[in-house]
Design a protein around this ligand. Structure first.
Ligand code: ZN
Ligand code: FE
Length: 256
């Protein structure tokens, strides 16, 4: 990978706008707010070369228009959603060469949080927006549990070492639920220790890895017998499929 660094730009309460840097070039993923991006670029002496978008929510696209007034750059985003300033509409299987930084990314359709949500994967890194969080997943605003389960399964099938760049700092609150849903899973303790250490040092708890999520994230473990038993107890009936287990976990967490 030619990029030198993937750096978080903090926005709002808990959003991360991931900034991909190479030399004096920068690309941002999901710039919900333009101002912190413009500050960062000017402080670091960087030029913006492109904007990547995962879905249409304001905290992910709200900065596009203002950024475009200063930088006339391509905007990549989901073909099935309305994205301000979009110039490259993407869908499952598309491959893009990210301008200016020499990074090739592949596009996955990952509906569930929103109907047209996409994720970007390549060269060992994944930008998954609000689909997969560390130890959690996005809420089902526009999709079904079956769709989200299929989307997460796609991401879970990526190589274990894949670095997972989520769009929010939700790890500790997600771990509280993971502990309730999947008691006795030792991977939850390990993930909590690493997240607390990172946060105490002033760093994000991200990126995570696919391997760590497979071990600790209940929403990637709906095929696990212990978790299925736990979800069945919560539902008060025997859940027979991973999708049912997933749907129960998602509802359980909505009210947690
Ligand atoms: Zn969202
Ligand atoms: Fe969001």
């Amino acid at each position: 990978m030619d990029i030198t660094a993937i750096v978080p730009i903090r926005a709002f309460q808990d959003n991360y706008i991931w900034c991909l840097r190479r030399g004096s070039t920068a690309v941002v993923v999901d710039p919900g707010d333009a101002d912190p991006v413009l500050d960062y670029l000017s402080n670091e002496g960087l030029w913006l070369a492109a904007i990547l978008t995962t879905h249409h929510h304001g905290d992910h696209v709200g900065g596009n228009t203002k950024l475009l007034t200063k930088y006339n750059v391509p905007v990549f985003g989901p073909a099935r959603e309305k994205i301000p300033g979009i110039t490259k509409a993407l869908r499952e299987g598309d491959k893009i060469e990210v301008p200016g930084i020499g990074l090739e990314l592949e596009v996955f359709d990952v509906p569930g949080h929103t109907a047209g949500h996409i994720a970007y994967y390549g060269e060992g890194v994944l930008f998954c927006g609000d689909t997969l969080f560390s130890c959690g997943c996005g809420r089902l605003f526009e999709g079904t549990a079956a769709q989200m389960h299929a989307s997460l399964s796609k991401l879970a099938a990526l190589p274990g070492r894949t670095l997972v760049y989520c769009a929010h700092e939700y790890t500790l609150s997600n771990l509280r639920f993971a502990r309730a849903a999947d008691p006795g899973n030792p991977a939850i303790d390990e993930r909590e220790a690493s997240a607390r250490a990172a946060l105490a040092a002033g760093s994000p708890s991200l990126p995570s890895t696919v391997e760590s999520e497979l071990a600790a994230n209940p929403f990637l473990r709906s095929g696990n017998p212990a978790l299925a038993a736990s979800a069945s107890r919560h539902a008060g009936r025997a859940l027979t499929s991973p999708v049912e287990v997933f749907a129960t976990l998602r509802k359980w967490k909505d009210g947690f």
